[in-house]
Design a protein around this ligand. Structure first.
Ligand code: HEC
Ligand code: HEC
Ligand code: HEC
Ligand code: HEC
Ligand code: HEC
Length: 484
């Protein structure tokens, strides 16, 4: 009877001889064993910590290490076959594969080892693939792994109503074919980042975005009747008191009701899209033609009297069935213009209107062209402090806490909207909801889209909303509605 030690040594020798008679296979055994052990060890640590490590930790643990592990496994047979090929080429006698005789203890040892190792490897690779997919679907992977490139979209996402849903919910959605498409385009993107061939800024619109029906509509029921929605917008003037100006709108969002399809949602979308349009500028801003299915099911075609497109331009243009994203193109990456960002901070109370001319001064500082976010942060702080120290020293002394908070808030407006390293400046991505900052609804509702019979796409303010107050100080309507 051999001792346990002798038996172990015998095992090791046999397996090494059969599996690793060449350098490549030996290297494979070393790589696989080393990564296998470290991987399992690190996984246990990660699980014990609850898995909230650095954004890169998931990528290393569940993508890179398993990749090495599999590569090591592949090297083992690769080495064996390479050796055989070399032997053959050099005219050396190629040893035939040993006969599989389970009576031989050597074969039994190897077979046990191979079965056990395969089971273990399959478990490791299976677990790694499962976790790897989870990692690739995480906000950290999409948003943080290539941080410079995705920083703008991630920053806007963090402050949006969708900040608790994953990037993949809108960018990939359910189903195998989009999964594969997304992995292929993801691979192209990784290469583009590595070679630095990506566009700056990342362009919009996203021409191959998955149709809203398969993403947005999985969560937002399209036929739902939303009815009217009161929207209160606050702005602040550029005067000493940064006077608050309130606009009150009743938005006719609509949907389906007893009268059929009504309002903003109902008139564009019924059971699917009722409208298709042709844009000639690549950014969906210059709309030359629109086709609408009216309530009787008849197609009405409108042509723009303003965007005069040549037949070539029309043929080259993008024709698309209107869906959610044609209006809600910034449901989550809602970049602000500087005055909107400041209005939001003042409404939230982070910038105090007790600081004289705060909106005016902050706006001036935000509109300067800076070469980096660091430079902008410094210049905004220095500029605001210098302004109060020289023009309003009493305020600077009495309202120190307010000034400190205002500095942070003004910086944050810059930091979430302007990314000089990505060439992303104010207003690069138009927002299609509304018509004040960008053409938005007025791309079509501007009175210039005319049908053959002379009717135009409606430009009636009241069709979309009731304006109950327009930039008023203390509008009475808010008191009447009990909203004040
Ligand atoms: C609520 C849905 C939604 C979520 C969640 C979402 N996106 Fe988007 N994203 C969009 C839409 C819609 C567009 C297309 C905008 C367009 O075509 O003009 C877009 C566009 C983009 C673009 C192109 C540049 C741009 O600003 O238009 C990038 C890059 C991007 N998203 C990255 C991300 C990342 C990273 C995350 C997660 C941190 C994410 N998205 C989460 C809906 C979403
Ligand atoms: C995974 C589910 C999910 C998906 C997919 C999704 N949303 Fe949302 N959406 C939400 C949730 C949750 C909210 C927040 C509701 C709230 O804050 O009351 C929301 C809010 C909104 C709002 C209202 C924001 C406001 O100001 O009240 C709009 C508009 C919107 N989503 C549009 C979209 C569009 C367009 C898409 C597709 C590009 C989309 N959503 C995809 C879950 C989703
Ligand atoms: C023609 C443009 C347009 C289209 C197309 C459109 N919306 Fe809207 N939607 C609006 C406007 C305008 C509002 C009111 C926004 C406001 O002022 O707050 C709105 C409001 C909303 C809201 C918030 C209202 C609520 O229910 O509380 C959600 C959510 C929403 N839309 C989702 C969608 C989804 C999902 C689709 C696609 C099925 C879609 N929208 C298609 C223009 C559009
Ligand atoms: C095709 C639909 C449509 C038409 C026509 C239209 N609007 Fe609007 N309007 C909107 C939408 C959508 C918004 C954005 C609401 C939001 O930001 O939540 C808006 C916003 C506004 C605002 C608030 C601007 C802000 O952001 O502070 C005012 C004021 C306004 N509209 C006035 C008018 C007037 C006056 C007319 C007529 C000349 C008009 N609108 C025509 C759809 C329309
Ligand atoms: C691609 C072109 C296009 C865009 C962009 C567009 N619409 Fe429309 N809209 C139409 C067409 C076409 C009709 C049907 C013809 C009509 O009613 O004038 C329509 C009808 C409407 C109606 C019904 C008007 C009525 O008198 O019954 C409302 C309300 C409306 N749109 C609101 C909006 C809002 C709000 C936006 C921006 C968020 C918007 N639309 C953006 C093309 C567009």
């Amino acid at each position: 009877m051999p001792t346990a030690r002798e038996r172990l040594a015998l095992w090791g020798r046999t397996i090494f001889r059969v599996l690793g008679q060449n350098r490549l296979s030996q290297a494979g055994v070393v790589v696989t064993t080393a990564t296998g052990i470290s991987m399992v060890f690190l996984w246990v640590i990660e699980l014990l910590r609850g898995g909230h490590g650095h954004p890169y930790s998931g990528i290393i643990l569940f993508l890179i290490l398993p990749g090495l592990f599999v590569a090591g496994l592949l090297l083992i047979p690769a080495g064996y076959f390479l050796q055989r090929w070399r032997d053959k080429k050099a005219g050396r006698a190629v040893e035939p594969p040993p006969p599989v005789d389970f009576g031989s203890p050597k074969v039994r040892r190897v077979a046990t080892f191979v079965v056990a190792a395969t089971l273990l490897n399959a478990t490791i690779v299976g677990f790694a693939s499962y976790k790897g997919l989870e990692v690739m679907d995480s906000v950290e992977f999409c948003g943080e792994a290539c941080h410079t490139v995705m920083a703008p979209e991630l920053a806007a996402y963090r402050g949006s109503p969708h900040s608790r849903i994953g990037c993949v919910e809108c960018h990939i959605g359910e189903g195998a074919s989009w999964f594969v498409k997304s992995k292929l385009s993801g691979t192209r993107q990784v290469v583009a980042v590595a070679l630095k061939t990506y566009s700056k800024p990342i362009p919009s619109p996203v021409h191959h975005l998955r149709p809203a029906r398969e993403t947005c509509e999985q969560c937002h029921w399209p036929q739902r009747f939303t009815g009217d929605r009161v929207v209160i917008k606050k702005k602040y003037a550029e005067d000493e008191k940064s006077t608050e100006l309130t606009t009150v709108l009743v938005m006719h969002v609509g949907g389906h009701n007893a009268q059929g399809t009504v309002g903003i949602h109902g008139r564009h979308l019924d059971a699917g899209s009722r409208i298709s349009y042709t844009a000639i500028d690549g950014r969906r801003q210059e709309i030359a033609r629109v086709t609408w299915k009216d309530d009787t099911g008849k197609e009405v075609e409108f042509a723009s009297t303003e965007v005069k497109a040549t037949p070539e331009q029309l043929a080259k243009g993008e024709t698309r069935a209107m869906d959610c994203v044609d209006c809600h193109n910034r449901p989550t990456h809602a970049f602000e213009l500087p005055h909107r960002g400041l209005d939001r901070e003042i409404t939230a109370g982070s910038i105090s209107r007790d600081l004289p001319f705060v909106k005016k001064k902050a706006l001036e500082l935000l509109k300067v062209k800076y070469t980096s976010q660091e430079e902008a942060s410094k210049a905004i702080e220095a500029g605001l402090r210098a302004f109060y120290a020289s023009e309003h020293p009493d305020v600077a002394a009495a309202k120190k806490a307010e000034l400190d908070r205002a500095v942070k808030a003004v910086q944050s407006v810059y930091l979430r909207n302007v990314f000089p390293n990505m060439d992303l400046d104010w207003g690069y991505h138009p927002n299609n909801i509304g018509h004040e900052d960008f053409p938005g609804c007025f791309r079509c509702h501007n009175g210039n889209l005319e049908a053959k019979d002379g009717t135009t796409v409606s430009a009636d303010c009241e069709a979309c909303h009731q304006v109950l107050a327009m930039e008023e100080e203390n509008p009475e309507i808010l008191t009447q509605l009990g909203l004040k």
